[in-house]
Ligand binder design. Structure first.
Ligand code: ADP
Ligand code: GN1
Ligand code: MG
Length: 369
């Protein structure tokens, strides 16, 4: 995976129609997949900040299809927000900046694909949840995002990563990685492997229900970690959903589940002190209320009833993915230290345990909400 420093981001940024002279390009954000830069142009022009991204083409094998999705999603969301009368519609959805040649994205001489967005000002993507108010705001924003895309014209979106939330496939891939043990890491990972193997029977619930039609397919975000929604720095409202690369057909349960994973524990995703990792009930309660505030109108009874299970399932699934990447030698997620993916897998599994311990209360809360 290329490191941000390996690219001449200033030169790339100059290929986009920014309306001013590019002054700086600095690595930005804490995403695990793309290379993101904050671009600043000379302040005489407004706007003068932009977000430039190299699309990770090892992860996204069809960048052309991905960008076709992103263009459709951005255009539809922006038009609807403007029509609904939002004076600040410009910062409530991502907006692409075209290249100077009028294209939505650019291929550099090394074959890397780049795109550029307007910078969403005075808003922050938080890595760790701080208050129930933030949890409420994040969940409400993702529910509103789903509602916004419910009438997306133009047919089914491309699946930018096939079977992205197919938990049984993720489980099978984990079993393959374990059988190969290509980096000799399984011996140091015995409790985590046992934890994962003990939960194989629960992985099919959502994909089976999508297949038999008892859960509807919808346009979903599929990567609703807390830092993929920017909260307004003053009001704390969830102002803009970002990271649209995985917006595609899915289940709303994937989105709610990843909110539980990333917005209920007071610890970072890669915390090494596992005593800090737990599902905080007030955060879960705020997620449910925030999500229902924008999604109650379209959720089916079965979707609503499975919200607590989704939290457990998706936390387990992402834990499995971190564990698999650890066993396979850290080829997918960006890592900053040895054992980073194993640390991440451990926090996810600790959180699954905490969810399991509180599950009856979580279900009771959802059932009476
Ligand atoms: P990744 O797929 O690697 O997670 P993201 O699209 O989530 O990449 O971007 C990484 C980070 O950059 C985000 O978490 C957010 O902090 C910041 N970011 C991305 N796009 C914007 C934007 N348009 N305005 C402001 N910040 C942004
Ligand atoms: C990745 O791109 P980012 O950092 O928002 C990953 C998600 C994982 C998440 C774990 C395309 O999200 O699926 O849940 O890391 N995105 C992709 O933090 O694989
Ligand atoms: Mg992201």
């Amino acid at each position: 995976m290329g490191s941000p420093a390996a690219h001449d981001a200033v030169a790339i940024a100059r290929e986009f129609a920014l309306g001013g002279e590019v002054v700086t390009a600095k690595p930005y954000g804490s995403g695990h997949i793309n290379d993101t830069y904050l671009i600043e142009t000379n302040p005489g022009h407004a706007p003068h900040r932009f977000v430039l991204q190299r699309i990770n083409h090892n992860v996204f094998r069809r960048p052309d299809e991905l960008m076709a999705n992103v263009e459709r999603v951005c255009a539809h969301a922006h038009a609807k927000l403007k029509k609904a009368g939002f004076a600040d519609a410009d910062r409530r959805t991502l907006r692409l900046i075209p290249t100077t040649a009028g294209r939505a994205w650019l291929t550099d001489p090394l074959g890397n694909r780049w795109r550029c967005y307007h910078f969403v000002h005075d808003a922050t993507g938080h890595d760790v949840i701080r208050s129930p108010e933030q949890a409420y705001a994040a969940a409400k924003a993702f529910g509103a995002f789903q509602a916004l895309l419910a009438d997306l014209p133009g047919g089914r979106l491309h699946e930018t990563i096939p079977d992205f939330h197919h938990t049984p496939s993720r489980f099978a891939r984990f079993q393959e990685a374990l059988a190969k043990d290509s980096h000799g890491r399984a011996a140091a990972t015995v409790p985590e492997i046992a934890f994962a193997l003990a939960r194989g029977h629960e992985v099919s619930v959502v994909v089976e229900a999508l297949r038999d039609g008892s859960l509807p397919e919808r346009v979903t975000h599929n990567d609703t970690k807390l830092n993929n929604v920017l909260l307004d720095d003053v009001t704390q409202e969830g102002i803009c959903v970002i990271d649209l690369d995985t917006v595609m057909p899915g289940s709303v349960l994937y989105d709610f589940g990843d909110l539980v994973r990333t917005s209920t524990s007071p610890a970072a995703e890669d915390e090494t002190d596992l005593s800090k990792v737990r599902m905080q009930f007030p955060m879960f309660e705020a997620l449910v209320q925030g999500y229902l505030a924008s999604a109650r109108g379209f959720l089916t009874p079965k979707e609503k009833s499975l919200l607590p299970f989704a939290g457990k399932l998706i936390t387990f699934e992402i834990g499995l993915r971190f564990l698999t990447d650890w066993l396979e030698g850290d080829t997918y997620f960006k890592v900053k230290r040895p054992g980073h993916n194993l640390d991440r897998a451990r926090t996810q599994f600790k959180l699954v345990e905490s969810i399991e311990a509180q599950f009856p209360a979580m279900q009771a809360l959802v059932d009476r909400s």
